[in-house]
Design a binder for this molecule. Structure first.
Ligand SMILES: Cc1ncc(COP(=O)(O)O)c(C=O)c1O
Length: 310
């Protein structure tokens, strides 16, 4: 175990194609189609230690998105949703995790290395490991400094951007690393038209004059599940949410508040964009209210339709 990266120290087994295998044995062939061509689809899910015990947040929605992601690539998942659910809950329980991050991935394995995956097997794997705040604990309180990336998002006419394909994350990596190289915590990526799309691993929201705006699906964004959670909570709190907004780059700089949402990033305030302070340069009041509502749901676990108890 000692030569493993720190975040995987606590993981004993990984579920692969119907079996639990030891961490060290969870291997795939170097000629795997997905390694060469990015032909995998995946999910990032969190299991929270709620007052009612460990529970997977919005599991059904994540599973639905995994199957939807597989569809355009003709990836035929050989397991039913119930089988993947059982494998996941058994994995979490056997590892003894109270909270963790869950990573299901489905991809084309090895057959021939033609671009056509026609005879490649479909491989399905689920791993889980403990993972804290993605952009840091401080980020949730103080907000993050971000830059608008020089990289544009793929257009949704070039590759489906609403679903979660491994190959898409080359763009996310370029944008995120560009930001970090320049001293920022994260990037904002514009779409081909030059309007705001999202973060490399987050959706984005803007608050202006007490109303909430977030780019629509046609703006080349992932159909984020935390985005949906934030919209639902904000509407319940009485806010008007414009969920099909087109947001120009300039509007970012003059926004009253901005925040990211995502399974990993949860609800993270943005305190500056390209060194321009947003609002008071700290977590804004609407972001604060929404973030509190989000963590109240997570901690209590009492919104049953959103939790799958382990
Ligand atoms: C590109 C991108 N946008 C948005 C999100 C947020 O989606 P979700 O809230 O479903 O995690 C993610 C994270 O999965 C992402 O990778």
């Amino acid at each position: 175990m000692s030569d493993r990266p720190e975040m995987f120290e606590g993981t004993e087994r990984i579920w692969m194609d119907g079996e639990f295998v030891d961490f060290e044995d969870a291997q795939t062939h170097v000629l795997t189609h997905a390694l060469h061509y990015g032909t995998g689809v995946f999910e990032g899910v969190r299991c929270y230690d709620t007052e009612q015990g460990p529970a997977i947040f919005r599991w059904e929605e994540h599973l639905d998105r995994l199957y939807k992601s597989a569809k355009p690539y003709d990836l035929d998942i050989e397991f039913t949703k119930d089988e993947l659910t059982e494998a996941t809950t058994e994995l979490i329980a056997s590892e003894g995790f109270e909270s963790c991050y869950i990573r299901p991935i489905v991809y084309y394995g090895f057959d021939s290395l033609g671009v056509s995956p026609k005879d490649c097997p479909t491989k399905t794997t689920i791993a889980a490991w403990p993972w804290g705040a993605y952009l840091g604990e401080e980020a949730l309180e103080e907000g993050v400094d971000v830059m608008v990336s020089s990289w544009r998002k793929h257009a949704s006419s070039q590759i489906p951007t609403n679903i979660k394909t491994t190959g898409l994350y080359v763009n996310s990596m370029l944008a995120g690393e560009e930001a970090r190289r320049n001293g920022y915590t994260e990037a904002i990526v514009l779409n081909k038209e030059g309007n705001v799309a999202e973060g490399p691993g987050e959706n984005i929201f803007m608050v202006r004059d007490g109303e909430i705006y977030t780019p629509g699906l046609a703006e080349s964004i992932l159909e984020g599940i935390t985005r949906n959670t934030a919209i639902t909570l904000a509407e319940e709190m009485g806010y008007t949410v414009h969920e099909e907004a087109t947001i120009s780059r300039g509007e970012l700089y003059t926004a009253d508040e901005l925040f990211f949402t995502g399974t990993a990033a949860e609800v993270t305030p943005i305190r500056s964009v390209d060194d321009n302070e947003i609002g008071e340069g700290t977590k804004g009041p609407v972001t604060d209210e929404l973030q509190s509502a989000f963590f109240d749901v997570i901690e209590s676990g009492d919104r049953e339709e959103w939790f799958h108890y382990v």
